[in-house]
Design a protein around this ligand. Structure first.
Ligand SMILES: *Cc1c(COP(=O)(O)O)cnc(C)c1O
Length: 391
């Protein structure tokens, strides 16, 4: 076993695929401290700058004084506090679904949904670029899983022609490494035509997209209930931690009874639930944060295209710069870091082979000057790197 692991690690090293961690000495913010060094942060999912908002801190502090720290048990034993309960009600009310159910993480929510609701006579059809937790959930369940080419509706339609007791289409609302959206309007037409169901993982859409921040479905003017299973996380735009599934009372009762990643785990701390409630309030109350985020996205895209930085087709805060080879992505990320800018290189297997990239994420907290600084550094790094590669 140990010899094999050593060989796997060496192979990873050789292909520029070794991963490591940075140690953060500050809250998430536009400017962070990493190992004592100040860096401009373009790698966080804290899109609205809520992770360190004074009201979020106050919510955690107040709830900790009232409820302590640990939840002490799973939801179904005695870990389900008033804060959890009200958060579920508020999420369902905000979205206009019958019910919502909290999970400790988004990974566990996706695993729970896919492994508990389907059997071997069912079919799960997923976009190839779906988040790892959806893919793993599909692999771990007894239903048959098919995967279609990214956002390719013809390929999806072919797969829907297979017969099965039930057919679940599964997609990210906003793709986490590409920043583009799933064509939800077309998918709902297919859902009706093939009597299928639809699950949307809106980790990056919830709190960001749509007139009222309800996410990808609202962005397309679709009713929340046109999707059967809606999942989103609370640790990204909402600035908190955890995740939830929203939908019909039948869906939620089934998850509560059958989803093992819901049942056999300790509930999130009540103070975290309280912070999530505050996050949901702030998303609505401080709408100017979403406006600023949209301005920052437009501004970055305009400056980057002026500077000849190649962008992908994304209008969301996720703005990847596709670089191809792992080594190029690692070199460009290192050049940016030398300029005190953090934009982490994303490599396979998180993205397909030869599609290594910088995953730049924008936040409402970035200033115009910081975005300009990023684009200048990016342009220089890309020019130097292409000269090195050509040399
Ligand atoms: C982050 C993410 C998850 C996982 O959520 P966690 O709460 O971080 O476990 C699931 N799906 C997508 C698309 C994500 O980006």
């Amino acid at each position: 076993m140990w010899t094999k692991l050593q060989q796997r690690l060496q192979a990873r090293q050789m292909h520029d695929l070794m991963r490591g961690r940075l140690t953060l000495d500050s809250p998430q913010a536009a400017e962070i401290k990493v190992n004592g060094e100040r860096l401009l942060n373009f790698s966080s999912n804290d899109y609205l700058g809520l992770a360190n908002h004074p009201k979020m801190i106050e919510a955690v502090t107040d709830a900790s004084k009232k409820y302590g720290v640990g939840s002490g048990a799973s939801h179904l034993i005695i870990g389900h506090s008033h804060e959890h309960h009200v958060l579920e009600e508020e999420l369902a009310e905000f979205l206009g679904t019958e019910k919502a159910l909290l999970f400790s993480t988004g990974f566990m929510a996706n695993l729970g949904v896919l492994t508990s609701l389907f059997d071997k006579n069912d079919l799960i059809i997923q976009d190839k670029l779906n988040h790892a937790s959806l893919i793993d959930g599909g692999l771990a369940c007894s239903a048959k899983m098919l995967r279609y080419a990214h956002n390719d509706m013809a390929s999806l339609q072919r797969q829907l022609q297979q017969s099965a007791d039930s057919k679940l289409m599964v997609t990210d609302g906003v793709f986490s490494m590409d920043g583009d959206l799933a064509p939800l309007t077309e998918m709902i037409t297919l859902k009706d035509a093939y009597k299928a169901q639809l699950m949307v993982d809106d980790a990056h859409g919830f709190g960001v997209l749509g007139e009222n921040a309800r996410g990808s479905l609202e962005h397309f003017g679709l009713s929340q209930n046109s999707c059967d299973i809606y999942m989103a996380t609370l640790g990204k735009a909402l600035g908190g931690f955890g995740a939830f599934v929203a939908g019909s009372a039948l869906l939620i009762e089934s998850l509560l009874q059958f989803a093992r990643s819901y049942i056999y785990t300790t509930a999130m701390p009540p103070a975290v639930a309280a912070a999530n409630r505050m996050g949901l309030r702030l998303v609505q109350a401080e709408n100017e944060r979403r406006e600023q985020l949209q301005k920052n996205i437009a501004n970055f895209k305009a400056l980057a295209s002026e500077a000849g930085v190649p962008l992908m087709a994304s209008d969301t805060p996720i703005q990847p710069v596709l670089l191809g080879r792992n080594q190029v992505a690692v070199t460009v990320a290192a050049a940016l870091k030398a300029q005190h800018i953090l934009a982490v290189a994303i490599r396979p297997p998180t993205v397909p082979a030869n599609q290594a990239r910088l995953r730049i994420t924008l936040s409402a907290e970035h200033s115009q000057a910081q975005i300009e600084q990023l684009v200048v550094a990016l342009k220089t790094a890309l020019t130097n790197c292409s000269q090195e590669v050509l040399a």
